[in-house]
Each structure stands twice: as C-alpha cells, then as structure tokens.
Write a protein that binds this ligand. Structure first.
Ligand SMILES: NC(=O)c1ccc[n+]([C@@H]2O[C@H](COP(=O)([O-])OP(=O)(O)OC[C@H]3O[C@@H](n4cnc5c(N)ncnc54)[C@H](OP(=O)(O)O)[C@@H]3O)[C@@H](O)[C@H]2O)c1
Length: 304
C-alpha cells in the first residue's frame, strides 16, 4: 500500500510503498479516505525513528470488521484517532479509538475532528465552568482554537481570542468569541482564566493578565519556545493556579469523546473549520502552510 513516510529535510514526508497492516482480534482494518495534519504531528516528524509512520487522524470505510464481532461492521464509515500510522491507504484501528459516522457527517469533515476536536473538548472539561467567566485564549485561529471557541461559547463566557491578523478573527466571532485582539498585551486584563498554546513569552503575558486568583492552563508551544515564568512579576495572577494540559487524559475513552464530536457535528452544533483541503500528494505544501501560519482551522488531505 501507499503511505506518507518521513523524509528529508524534516518535517517533510514522501508518498511511498509501505508494508500492509494486519489487525488484531479487537481491531478494525480501515480503508483511509481522508486524513488531517496537525501542528504537533509536524513536530513529531522532526524526531522520526526507523520504521515509525506518521498519522493520527483518519476517516474512511471499514474493510475488515473486528474478529471478536464487536464494533462497526464492514462497510461502515468511521472516524478514528490513532497514535501513529494513519497517513496510509489502510490503517489498523483499535475499537476504543473509533466512532461510526452518520450520513449527516461526510468523511472529509470527519477527518478534521479527532486531535483538534478532542483537545478542545477535553480542554474545556479541564478548564471547568466558564459561564460568565472572562476567558483569554491564545493561538485561537488554529484547529484547536476554532473548536474550543464554539464549544465554550455555548456556556456563555466573555471570551477574548488572540489572533495573528484581523481577518483570522471573523469566523471566531461568528462562533462566539466576544472580542479578538492581536496580542495578549492588547487584551488588557483581568481574566479569570487564561489558556495558552503559544508558549515562550506568551505564557508569562497570560499569567500577568489574570485576576489575583485566576487560572492559567498551558497546553502548547506553537512558538517552539518553552515558557519561562517569572514569579516575581506581580503584574497579575498573584495567587494564580497553573495547570499543564494534555489531551490524552486516561479518564474518558477516546471513542466516547469522538462520538460526542460526531454527534455535535451531525446536529449542527459543531462546525469543523477546514482552512486547507487538498490531496495527500500535496502534503508537504500543506505542512509548510500550517507551519507558516497560513492556515485558519484544520488541514484535511484526501487519500487518492
Ligand atoms: N496539550 C495537548 O494535549 C495538545 C493537543 C493538541 C495540540 N496542542 C498544541 O496546541 C497548539 C495549537 O494546536 P493547533 O492544532 O490548533 O495548531 P495550529 O492549527 O497550527 O494553530 C496554532 C496557531 O497559533 C498561532 N501562533 C501564535 N504564535 C505563533 C508562533 N510563534 N508560531 C506559530 N503559530 C503561532 C497561529 O495563529 P495566528 O497566526 O493567527 O497567531 C497558529 O495558527 C499547538 O502548539 C499544538 O502543538 C496541544
């Protein structure tokens, strides 16, 4: 089968022949029709060991049901979130990582859901109640940001988003952001909750924009710079709580949260924002666009 394999210079990929895969008893074999590319996956491509194949988010059709008889049947359309190996014509999918798709959710749209959607859903859960709270979100125009804004907005926060350019804010406002600014400094203060995905100086700035007992949740470093916090900076958040977030929380099964994202999309309450849609033979151009901050929302590639 064909698969996207790590290539030089990282994080490049090449479409090449790869060994076909064989599912275990409680796994499906899925014919992959669409994949998504996420920023974090491009970081992982820089550290690719021998034999490792990339790809976390896939959508497609079951061509081999689980031998145990559990899970989706052959022919069912599904979306799945894998640890790796998904950027291929066929993928092995554990039953605890998959959700079946109804007619209302097409395969391309579904491919945009897993990593970014799971992160946003679980980030909102980890953040706790946001109703009426002043919330600040950095890196908001990306895949996670669009989902987070729409999911959070339903709870009624006063939500300020930080975006690179004004045009990247329009859709976020439609999805429920109260205000869009170009930097954390421009956002002013105080905020009850600050969610930072940029890292570097951004994390300190978000901490400084909090109320005395505010909450900082760090969940990414798109800047590639780790945050360095100066606790002698008393500009804000003097008694703040600081949390680190990772989307794989070992609490709720991935399959359950994937099913939630599918249900919300099918019922028109969640709108995946696909900013770049192309064929997987153009994967390198898509990766470059993502890293250059030229994509709003998610990248989805069709598997020819
Ligand atoms: N903790 C977890 O479990 C978890 C899970 C998934 C993702 N993440 C992380 O969360 C972050 C967001 O993920 P995503 O998939 O939404 O990424 P994304 O689609 O690439 O969006 C990230 C956005 O950050 C903004 N940004 C601000 N400063 C930047 C800089 N110096 N360099 C690059 N981008 C910058 C860009 O928007 P503007 O140009 O508009 O500013 C960019 O679109 C990433 O860092 C990712 O690795 C963490």
């Amino acid at each position: 089968m064909k698969a996207l394999l790590p290539s030089d210079p990282a994080p490049a990929v090449r479409l090449a022949d790869a060994l076909d895969v064989t599912p275990g008893d409680d796994e499906l074999l899925v014919q992959v029709e669409a994949i998504s590319v996420n920023r974090g996956e491009t970081f992982r491509l820089e550290d690719a060991g021998p034999g490792w194949r990339p790809g976390k988010d896939i959508a497609g059709r079951v061509v081999g049901a689980a031998a145990t008889g559990r899970g989706p049947r052959e022919g069912a359309r599904v979306v799945a979130h894998l640890d790796d190996g998904g950027w291929a014509e066929r993928a092995v999918v554990p039953l605890d990582r998959v959700a079946e798709l109804p007619d209302a959710v097409d395969t391309t749209t579904a491919a945009a859901l897993p990593l970014a959607g799971l992160t946003a859903l679980r980030l909102l859960r980890a953040t706790g109640p946001v109703a009426g709270r002043r919330v600040l979100l950095t890196g908001a125009s990306g895949g996670v940001g669009h989902y987070f804004v729409e999911l959070a907005a339903a709870h009624g926060p006063d939500l300020t988003v930080v975006v690179g350019t004004p045009s990247r804010a329009e859709r976020l406002r439609e999805l429920g952001a109260t205000r869009a600014v170009g930097s954390v400094e421009e956002a002013g203060r105080p905020f009850d909750i600050g969610l930072d995905s940029v890292g570097g100086d951004s994390t300190q700035a978000v901490l400084g924009a909090l109320t005395t007992h505010g909450r900082l949740v760090w969940f990414g470093q798109a800047s590639r710079k780790p945050p360095v916090l100066d606790f002698f900076d008393w500009s804000g958040g003097a008694m703040a709580t600081i949390s680190k977030f990772h989307y794989l929380d070992d609490v709720t099964p991935v399959a359950d949260d994937l099913a939630t994202l599918v249900r919300l999309t099918a019922s028109g309450r969640l709108h995946p924002e696909i900013g770049l849609h192309d064929g997987w033979d153009n994967a390198n151009a898509a990766i470059a666009a993502l890293l250059d901050r030229r994509v709003r929302g998610n990248v989805v590639l069709e598997v020819a």
